[in-house]
Design a protein around this ligand. Structure first.
Ligand SMILES: [Zn+2]
Length: 317
């Protein structure tokens, strides 16, 4: 894992995506990071000034994974020294979690943690419905889908309006999106003879089954993109909703595979020289298209923030 963090993990891309600008803002400096260490040790309320600081700490701790939380009114690392009233979550991406186990009542090929190409079709259908529904109904544009590394997918929405939603508003929004309660059997009464039944079946199979609790609270922590799933060794890579039907979870690169790819390139595999940190060794591995996807996404957000800021300063003149 240490070699993965040191040479492959795209800290700069994660920074740009979370921070919305080149120079660090509160969106990054007041952001909570939580680390899970071997033996289920859980370290909350960490925060960092820069991508390099985050990288340094990750390489120090070598966590099995880390999670991203909200932007607080003060720096999370100062939580113990500020008045409790001065420490509250302010901003947070709107997040959704779709998990395959919630489809166990309708899938027949696999169960529990197992997943194959056939049952991925349920996730793909849910991604289409949610992606299009959210863009249409709420006008949000900055949606990032991330494979969870095993049997699910996460959605992170970075639009300013979405970041500012209160817990109450999040609850209302999720209530509106949750038609099917995952794991529960069909409970809608079938009134009409065929049309209604067909409609029920379509809805039952294609509508997203959300883990609603994840979306309702700003201070819910969610695994960072590009972390590694401890059971499968697969990297949590971004997924393009346009091609989600063709996405094959079993072809997502594993850490072992990526490190092997690094060894096969001309770059020496040894320790980097003192003070020499590499940031883009991923370019020489099959992680490349996924990091580029995140970079492209972050750039779209940054461009919009720049335009909005320029517009605001024009107005002030
Ligand atoms: Zn299956």
């Amino acid at each position: 894992m240490l070699a993965f963090y040191r040479r492959l993990y795209p800290f700069k891309s994660i920074f740009s995506w979370l921070n919305h600008e080149h120079t660090p803002t509160k969106l990054f400096t007041h952001r909570e990071f939580a680390f899970t260490l071997p033996g289920d040790v859980y370290l909350r309320y960490n925060s960092f000034n820069t991508a390099d600081e985050l990288k340094k700490q990750v390489c120090n701790l070598n966590p099995t994974r880390f999670e991203i939380g909200p932007v607080y009114s003060a720096r999370p690392k100062d939580k113990k020294t500020v008045r409790p009233a001065a420490f509250s979550p302010r901003l947070r991406e709107l997040v959704f979690d779709i998990d395959m186990t919630d489809y166990d009542s309708v899938r027949t090929c696999c169960s529990e943690a197992d997943i194959c190409k056939r049952c991925w079709a349920f996730i793909a259908a849910a991604v289409h419905v949610l992606d299009e529904g959210i863009r249409d109904q709420y006008g949000y544009k900055h949606l990032l889908w991330v494979y969870s590394g095993r049997r699910g997918i996460h959605l992170w929405i970075s639009d300013q309006e979405a970041m500012e939603l209160t817990d109450e508003q999040r609850k209302a929004l999720v209530g509106w999106m949750t038609v099917i309660q995952g794991g529960k059997e069909m409970h809608k009464k079938v009134n009409g003879p065929i049309d209604a039944a067909l409609e029920d079946i379509v809805l039952q199979y294609t509508y997203p089954r959300l883990d609603a609790e994840v979306s309702k609270h700003r201070n819910h922590l969610l695994k960072a993109p590009f972390c590694v799933h401890p059971k499968t060794g697969r990297v949590c890579v971004p997924v393009d909703p346009a091609t989600v039907d063709r996405f094959d979870p079993e072809r997502v690169p594993t850490v072992a595979q990526l490190l092997k790819e690094l060894d096969q390139t001309s770059i020496p595999a040894g320790e980097p020289a003192e003070n020499e940190e590499r940031h883009s060794d991923w370019e020489n591995t099959s992680l490349k298209p996924y990091v580029e996807m995140l970079d492209k996404h972050a750039l779209t957000i940054m461009n919009e923030v720049r335009r909005t800021k320029r517009g605001a300063s024009d107005l002030s003149w």
